[in-house]
Design a protein around this ligand. Structure first.
Ligand SMILES: Cc1cc2nc3c(=O)[nH]c(=O)nc-3n(C[C@H](O)[C@H](O)[C@H](O)COP(=O)(O)O)c2cc1C
Ligand code: SF4
Length: 805
């Protein structure tokens, strides 16, 4: 009873208490609430290590138009499809779909009327004009180069006895010229100098520079914006091919097939100015003799021209275009199309005639007005696309490229991937220092693997050390190895090479043990990694194995760049600040290289909050340094990369580099690089951009600019990477801070930002002005080098030897 009375009194008591103490109760509740909120907030903040402000959400992105011709060919970006790997020992899975996965603007097809009248070639006035012969050659294993040199010598000796209207020949390697400078129109020169082309080439049934050369001739021919016979102003041309009759006994089986192709395209581009028939020599017997005979024939033809007789008389289709049947010339354009009926071929009068097959196919009298289909949105020939051919191996074991790369220390994996131990990996194993990637980002060189899934690329940069033998291509058209096999292959080859260093004096046991677990992969080396159609799968495999990825691309493949999965650090090579300079230094194969380059910059800008983005500038004195600071600043302003790495060129010291016009004089001194970077920093700052010099590695002539609003903590540089954090973000163990507004207007996390895996502060010794060499490592100087006023010369000579990307 007593207890029920108490209960009845309780509401009155509570009401009394509430009235008496409500102010302190309310204050306590608010305080507790505030403390709990604050604690929760602090916890979340700890999870988000980033200190920089969150990007406005969603980040405004510039629309980048991907042209249809930029989309990959022969392959698909579909992740679920793996390629057939013909190197695999165990049976592999799915075959490469040969059809293009083309998206983008609709292709507009039209028709071009064939031109009825060939241009009249300028005549040679033997009283005032001079002939400039140009000897073009291409050589992978040196044979053709040797013959071309001998040819030039014999030709010059003969010419010294002849007259002055025939100039000394120029000799040019097809690997190093700008095709457009010679094969869209004759080179620019004084008006009384007329050119004559002598072309000496081998044949390779694999992809080499020659395949690209042939494609370029074909493209020029099919380009509706270019004249029917753009090389008509040449006085004439003649081609000599080298082949191997032992393995390719007949023409049907491929003997000198590429020389025959070049001869055919030159006939079309010149308006049939074949001055002397195609010569062919078997390198296994009689090539020298054949070449001498052919040289005499070419010389005779030149004498005729010199004396004002032009190319002499021949059957229609040979000799001067003006003398030829006009219809034959325009029909010759259509050699690829089906021939319905053929004019009877007249008998040859002289040695200077076309091949019977050529004559036959160029005549299509029954259908003089037939139309050639033209694709107005692309340069590419629609008539006979290369992609219809069965894919080949990029670097077959039998190729000189394979031999050359293996000799240089590369392990070739499958037929298009490579891996090589970097000099710095050896150095780090011996406790003698790591490369600049350690100073800037914290990558110890002995934990790093350098590899590429594509030894081929679409540039022929003057400073590339794979000159001459490098596979090149504008589209991926090779047999494609599966990404897991590439991963297994490159890692196995890397470990094998590390093991081989076991006995090298000075290798530290502790570092050797550490090196047996790859932590980082620089996807660069040579070639273009994003050219490989399954690069995304390969990157994913790396990340799953907790291997970080530094990927360097050459800004020529916007479609692949746009669809690349986020990597740990994404580089784009910026080899020049303007179109002209880029053309000279990178010698890109794509005619729209500048548009591609600019599109890549816009993509880099759009993706700057998804991953760390870096501009890699390679300074080559005399090519891309002087007067270009403002231009580089324009590019930085356009793409806003997180970092700008500026590096003096590495001179590979090969004779091929010399052919490309590069010598030690082009390697800048460290102080010159430093001066350049200081100017660039100043220029960026006048534009209100917040870049500062973050770190340096004088040893490899490399300096780092970084965005101070993103990669500084408490006013101190934080350029290093927290790799464990990166993998935790990748695996979803921690949440990133990249947010986007959903359809409901609410912000939600959609990934991570570079700021989420910023590592510790940049060490004192790596900061600008301190040199960048870890004092815990032993610095070893070569004889006669080292401190004492020679540091810069040392850096320069070392830079010449290092192959470090
Ligand atoms: C991988 C490979 C493929 C070749 N393909 C052909 C061919 O299809 N037809 C041919 O006549 N010769 C072919 N050859 C022979 C080369 O044309 C010949 O060896 C030539 O001398 C090489 O010239 P270079 O040393 O200047 O590169 C091939 C040689 C190699 C190594
Ligand atoms: S982009 Fe790289 S691999 Fe390609 S040519 Fe230039 S330096 Fe060599």
């Amino acid at each position: 009873m007593a207890s029920s009375g108490l209960l009845a009194q309780l509401p009155t008591e509570l009401l009394y208490l509430w009235h008496t103490y409500r102010v302190p109760i309310l204050l306590t509740a608010v305080s507790v609430f505030a403390v709990v909120r604050l604690a929760l907030h602090q916890r979340r903040k700890r999870e988000r290590i980033s200190t920089s402000p969150l990007p406005s959400s969603p980040i405004e992105k510039k629309a980048v138009q991907l042209r249809p011709e930029w989309l990959p060919e022969n392959t698909t970006l579909n992740h679920s499809v793996l390629s057939l790997d013909n190197h695999a020992e165990e049976p592999t899975t799915v075959a490469v779909p040969l059809e293009k996965a083309r998206k983008g603007p609709k292709t507009v097809k039209g028709n071009k009327m064939r031109s009825k009248v060939a241009k009249i070639a300028p005549t040679f006035d033997h009283t005032v004009d001079q002939i400039q012969p140009i000897i073009f050659f291409q050589s992978l294993s040196g044979t053709t180069e040797r013959y071309a040199t001998e040819f030039a010598k014999a030709f010059t000796t003969w010419n010294s006895e002849a007259s002055s209207s025939l100039l000394e020949p120029q000799i040019l390697d097809i690997s190093y010229i700008e095709f457009d400078d010679y094969f869209i129109s004759p080179p620019k020169s004084e008006s009384n100098i007329k050119h004559f082309y002598i072309i000496l080439i081998p044949t390779y049934n694999i992809d080499t520079v020659l395949s690209i050369f042939l494609e370029s001739l074909q493209e020029t021919h099919n380009d509706f914006r270019i004249d029917t016979a753009p090389l008509n102003a040449l006085l004439g041309y003649s081609v000599f091919g080298f082949g191997d009759k032992q393995d390719w006994p007949t023409e049907e089986e491929g003997f000198c097939s590429q020389a025959r192709e070049v001869d055919k395209w030159m006939a079309r581009l010149t308006g049939r100015k074949r001055a002397y028939p195609l010569g062919m020599g078997d390198v296994k017997g009689g090539a020298s003799l054949r070449l001498d005979e052919w040289r005499e024939g070419v010389q005779e033809a030149l004498v005729e021209i010199k004396e004002g007789h032009g190319l002499g008389e021949g059957v229609p289709g040979s000799g001067d275009a003006a003398e030829s049947d006009e219809e034959d010339i325009s029909d010759a354009e259509n050699m690829d199309s089906e021939v319905t009926s053929r004019k009877p071929v007249r008998t040859r009068k002289t040695a200077r005639v076309d091949d019977v097959e050529d004559l036959g196919s160029m005549v299509d009298s029954s259908n003089p007005n037939s139309l050639i289909p033209i694709d107005f949105t692309t340069y590419k020939s629609q008539a006979k696309p290369a992609s219809r051919q069965a894919p080949k191996e990029m670097v077959p074991v039998t190729s000189p490229t394979h031999a050359s790369l293996t000799k240089q220390g590369y392990s070739i994996i499958g037929s298009h991937s490579g891996v090589k131990i970097c000099r710095w990996t050896k150095s780090a194993l011996r406790g003698r220092g790591s490369c600049y990637k350690y100073s800037f980002y914290g990558i110890a060189s002995h934990l790093c693997m350098e590899a590429t899934p594509s030894l081929s690329c679409s540039n022929k940069c003057v400073f590339c050390w794979r000159h001459g033998t490098n596979p090149v291509g504008t589209t991926w058209r090779w047999i494609t190895d599966a990404p897991d096999l590439i991963f297994d292959g490159i890692t196995a080859a890397h470990y094998k090479k590390i093991k081989m260093l076991k006995g090298v004096p000075g290798v530290k046991a502790e570092r050797f043990a550490e090196a047996m677990r790859i932590r980082h992969c620089a996807l660069s080396l040579v070639g273009e990694p994003i050219f490989y159609p399954h690069i995304n799968e390969l990157v994913e495999i790396m990340h799953k194995n907790r291997i970080s990825t530094f990927l360097v691309c050459n800004a020529q493949h916007p479609a692949q760049l746009a669809s690349l999965v986020p990597v740990t650090q994404l580089y784009v090579s910026i080899d020049a600040s303007n179109k002209d300079s880029l053309r000279k230094i990178d010698r890109p194969l794509h005619r729209d290289f500048w548009e591609r380059f600019c599109a890549c910059l816009d993509i880099i800008k759009n993706r700057r909050f998804e991953q760390r983005t870096v501009f890699r500038l390679t300074l080559v004195k005399g090519f891309n340094m002087a007067e270009e600071v403002k231009g580089y600043a324009d590019l930085v302003e356009r793409a806003l990369p997180g970092f700008v790495e500026v590096k003096g060129v590495t001179f590979c010291g090969t004779s091929a580099a010399g052919t490309a016009g590069l010598t030690m004089q082009n390697v800048p001194f460290y102080e010159e690089v430093a001066e350049f970077v200081t100017e660039l920093e100043k220029e960026l700052s006048t534009r209100g951009l917040t870049y500062g010099i973050g770190a340096e590695h004088a040893h490899s002539c490399c300096i780092l600019l970084a965005d101070s609003t993103r990669f500084q903590r408490n006013g101190k540089w934080a350029t290093r990477i927290d790799f464990e954090r990166f993998f935790d973000l990748y695996e979803g163990k921690v949440e990133g801070t990249r947010v986007e507004k959903g359809e409901d207007g609410m912000e939600k996390v959609i990934g991570w930002r570079p700021e989420d895996y910023v590592g510790g502060e940049t060490p004192e010794w790596a900061l600008w002005g301190n040199g960048g060499f870890d004092p815990r490592d032993a610095r070893v100087y070569r004889k006669g080098k080292g401190p004492g006023g020679q540091a810069e010369a040392y850096a320069k000579s070392e830079a010449a030897k290092l192959v470090e990307i």
